[in-house]
Design a protein around this ligand. Structure first.
Ligand code: SAM
Length: 251
C-alpha cells in the first residue's frame, strides 16, 4: 500500500525540512550529482529540496515521486520547459526508455516500502535503469533502541513562523511494531492563517532496517556490489553510526 503525502504536509515540507535536513545530507547528494557526467534520476524527488539546486548547476536530472501534492509544489517552482523532467511514478515500477548514470533516493524513500517484495522489485527496477558503471545511492536511519522500545510520545520537532506572524508547529508520535519492523508515525500539524487556527494529522508507517537485513536484501537483488557507510561524510559503519548510506554499483 502506498502512503502519499497529503496536501498540507506537502505545503509545509520545505519550511520544515530545509531547516531540519539541508545541513545533514545536501552537500553529500549535491556532490554526487555534480560529479556525475550523464543522466541522474532522483527517486522520491518530493518538492525538489535537492533537485532544484541540481538543476541550477545544469545537472541533467529527472525526478519521480508517488505523491501528487509534493509534485505540485515542485512543478510550481520549475519553468514550464523543464516539466518534462518530472513524473508521477513509483520506485517499484517506474519506466524510462533511457538509462541513468546515477540514481539517488535521498532521505528515507526506501523506508516507505513496507513489503519485502516491493523492496526487491524496487532494487531490480533501479538496476535495470542504470547504465553500466552506474550507481544507486540511498539512505535509511539506524534504528534507535530507545525509540524501538518506548516510541516517541507527542514530541514537538518544529515550532516557528512559516510566514511573518503565522505560526506552524509539528508534533510527532511514533509507535513501534517490532514484529512487522515498522514505526507507525503520526504527524500532527498546527498552524495559523488569516482564517484562524488549523490542524491536521497524518499517519504513515516507516519500515526500519538493520544492517545485515539491508545486506541480505541487496544480495537478493540484481545488485552484487555495494558499500554501506555510516554517515554523509563517508565514515565507515561503527557501533555509533546513526545512518546507513548505501551505494550499489552496476558493472
Ligand atoms: C522524506 S521525502 C524526501 C523528498 C526529497 N528526496 C528530499 O530529500 O527532500 C520522501 C518522498 O518519497 C516519496 N515516495 C514514497 N514512496 C515512494 C515510492 N514508492 N516511489 C517514489 N517515491 C516515493 C514520497 O512521496 C516523498 O515525496
Amino acid at each position: 500500500m502506498e502512503h502519499k503525502y497529503p496536501k498540507n504536509f506537502a505545503r509545509f515540507y520545505d519550511t520544515i525540512y530545509h531547516r531540519m535536513r539541508d545541513g545533514v545530507d545536501s552537500e553529500f547528494f549535491q556532490k554526487l550529482i555534480k560529479n556525475t557526467k550523464g543522466r541522474v534520476l532522483e527517486i522520491g524527488v518530493g518538492t525538489g529540496r535537492l533537485f532544484m539546486n541540481a538543476l541550477e548547476y545544469k545537472a541533467d536530472i529527472y525526478g519521480i515521486d508517488i505523491s501528487p501534492a509534493m509534485l505540485d509544489i515542485l512543478l510550481k517552482k520549475l519553468p514550464a520547459d523543464q516539466h518534462y523532467r518530472i513524473s508521477e511514478q513509483s520506485i517499484t515500477n517506474f519506466s524510462f526508455d533511457f538509462k541513468f548514470d546515477l540514481i539517488v533516493a535521498p532521505f528515507r524513500v526506501i523506508m516507505h516500502l513496507i513489503e519485502k517484495e516491493d523492496q526487491v522489485r524496487a532494487l531490480n527496477n533501479v538496476y535495470k535503469h542504470l547504465a553500466s558503471g552506474g550507481r544507486f545511492v540511498f539512505d535509511a536511519f539506524v534504528p534507535d533502541p530507545g525509540i524501538l522500545k518506548y516510541g516517541i510520545d507527542k514530541q514537538t520537532d518544529f515550532d516557528d513562523e512559516y510566514e511573518p506572524g503565522k505560526k506552524l508547529r509539528r508534533i510527532v508520535t511514533s509507535i513501534p511494531d517490532l514484529v512487522n519492523q515498522v514505526l507507525n508515525v503520526l504527524f500532527r500539524l498546527e498552524w495559523d492563517d488569516d482564517e484562524g487556527p488549523h490542524s491536521e494529522e497524518w499517519e504513515t508507517p516507516l519500515r526500519f532496517f538493520f544492517r545485515y537485513e539491508l545486506e541480505y536484501l541487496i544480495e537478493r537483488s540484481d545488485f552484487h556490489e555495494y558499500d554501506i557507510t555510516g554517515d554523509y561524510t563517508g565514515k565507515l559503519l561503527d557501533k555509533d553510526s546513526k545512518e546507513f548510506i548505501v551505494i550499489c554499483k552496476k558493472h
